[in-house]
Design a protein around this ligand. Structure first.
Ligand code: ZN
Length: 454
């Protein structure tokens, strides 16, 4: 009897504490299919809204306005999940000055685009289901947008002189969201990371946005340039960044890219002081080097198609460790991804693409060695993350990891097509050598050093 009472009390407590409501509701709203420069807003379905769907709070994202109600996802106006708010005229100062000009539309637009890229691109196309709910905010003052993977945070600012409202630009939303997904894949880059690591991170984010929109330009609407009248200057760029760049100029040059690389130029007449002003929106190394890496991936997509390029890019993100990320290791990670996923089928095309952009891939241990009268090409691909070393070489019958004294430690291998796979997961951290021998135990190549890290 006593037991039954306790159960009843517990059941009542559970009901009170509010077991999470797993129902989802489909709402309705307005969004720009692309951005305001590509036509008017349309009615869209808002899928995955939690519970009754009375707030912009769903499976992949919740969106709040920092001006309308900073602490909670945007609420539906009525008692149904109806978020059809037409966008008002643009002008960042309007919402900053008066709440009545802050468009609920902006939050709805961000919800629809984040949900769309999460489902259609990451989950359905790439097989990567984002395991987090992004926490997005609109109507912040200032320029640009921001992703903070540690808090799954996205921020979209209202813009000012040279940029418009980032919440209305599809590729900016996709770019920022790609940073959060990259973090889920283990590639966590923040402001303390090295400049090359941040550049690689920006290049990947631009690439994933561009491949989803099938358009190499980033921020075509977002970039604002007021009239120049009689002012003389270079022709305005149509976007803030692009991945369709000239490989001669936008070239890594083995770590020595042109100093003066810049993009996103705008010349305008400044009425307040009657002067002409020319500025470039992208001059920082993080972004211009990022454009080199993003353009390289775009070249790969042009050559091999989006299906192959998108998968190689995502696999490379998984393989990269932020602390070691450079354009060279990123290129090496793409080659390793090709080896893993496609058996190296695209190696020649990838090497051509990297060479055209002046990037020498760091294959982290892969090597071609000529031995004896018959050259034996050997490649070794340590992958400390998974605890395996993969060896590809003609005529190799046995591969073993040996210590500094030549004592074999890891002998277990399995043939997998042209590959031998060595399990090094039980080896202590430190320096080891991979010894390769052919028929009769005769060495076919000098032992290759590998470093086991964890
Ligand atoms: Zn970014």
């Amino acid at each position: 009897m006593r037991g039954a009472t306790t159960s009843a009390v517990l059941a009542a407590l559970v009901a009170f504490s509010g077991a999470p409501d797993r129902r989802t509701t489909e709402g309705v709203g307005y969004a720009y299919p692309e951005d305001p420069s590509h036509g008017t807003h349309e009615e869209v379905a808002l899928v995955g809204l939690h519970g009754d769907g009375l707030r912009l709070d769903g499976r992949y994202v919740r969106v709040r306005s920092t001006r309308i109600e900073p602490g909670a996802p945007l609420a539906a106006v009525g008692s149904t999940p109806d978020f059809r708010h037409a966008p008002g005229p643009e002008g960042p100062e309007r919402c900053t000055l008066s709440l009545e000009f802050c468009d609920r539309f902006d939050a709805v637009n961000v919800y629809w685009h984040v949900d769309r890229v999460a489902r259609r691109f990451w989950r359905d196309r790439m097989g990567i289901d984002p395991d987090f709910q992004a926490d997005a905010a609109v109507h912040l003052a200032g320029n640009g947008a921001l992703a903070d993977p540690a808090r799954h945070l996205l921020q979209f600012r209202l813009g000012d002189t040279y940029t418009r409202n980032a919440a209305r630009e599809d590729d900016i939303i996709y770019h920022e969201y790609a940073h959060l997904v990259a973090a889920q894949l283990g590639f966590v880059v923040d402001t303390t990371s090295t400049i090359p690591a941040r550049a690689v991170s920006e290049g990947f984010a631009d690439y994933f946005a561009a491949t989803f929109t099938d358009d190499p330009g980033i921020g075509e609407y977002w970039k604002a340039c007021t009239p120049r009248y009689e002012c003389v200057g270079p022709r305005d760029d149509p976007d803030v960044r692009t991945l369709a760049t000239d490989p001669v100029t936008w070239n890594w040059r083995d770590g020595q890219p042109q100093q003066e690389l810049k993009y996103g130029v705008c010349t305008r007449f400044v009425e307040t002081d009657g002067k002409c002003k020319t500025i470039w929106l992208n001059t920082a190394a993080v972004y211009v080097w990022g454009m080199i890496w993003g353009s390289t991936l775009w070249d790969v997509r042009t050559e091999l198609g989006a299906d192959v390029a998108d998968r190689l890019a995502a696999d490379a993100v998984r393989r990269l460790r932020p602390a070691r990320a450079t354009l060279e290791t990123a290129a090496g990670a793409v080659l390793a991804a090709d080896l893993d996923r496609y058996g190296g089928a695209y190696r020649a095309a990838l090497e051509r693409a990297f060479a055209a952009r002046g990037i020498l891939p760091d294959r982290a241990g892969s090597v071609g060695v000529d031995v004896g009268p018959d050259p034996v090409p050997v490649e070794i691909h340590p992958d400390p993350a998974s605890g395996f070393v993969r060896v590809r070489a003609e005529g190799v019958r046995r591969a073993e990891a040996v210590d500094v004294l030549g004592r074999a430690r890891a002998l277990v291998f399995e043939a997998e097509g042209a590959f031998l796979t060595l399990d090094v997961s039980s080896l202590p951290v430190g320096r080891w050598w991979i010894r390769l021998s052919g028929e009769g135990g005769i060495p076919v190549a000098p032992a290759r050093p590998v470093v086991v890290v964890r």
